[in-house]
Design a protein around this ligand. Structure first.
Ligand SMILES: [Zn+2]
Length: 63
């Protein structure tokens, strides 16, 4: 399962955001950043490796 990652805070709570005028975007629920193309990872391991490089603390998977 791939998942999307915020380009601003590198959080994983990025969801599609539909705007009538701007077309489809994504919005981060953590920092409210809107983006057209979020980062995308195929696996949790890929994301964790990336987050580690960026100095971001990775939370445990959501329940
Ligand atoms: Zn964010």
């Amino acid at each position: 399962m791939s998942f999307r990652v915020c380009i601003n805070c590198y959080g994983i709570r990025v969801y599609p955001y539909m705007g009538f005028m701007v077309g489809q975007r994504y919005q981060c629920q953590d920092c409210q950043e809107q983006m057209v193309i979020p980062l995308e990872f195929d696996t949790q391991e890929d994301y964790e490796a990336f987050a580690k490089q960026m100095g971001v603390a990775v939370n445990d998977q959501e329940e």
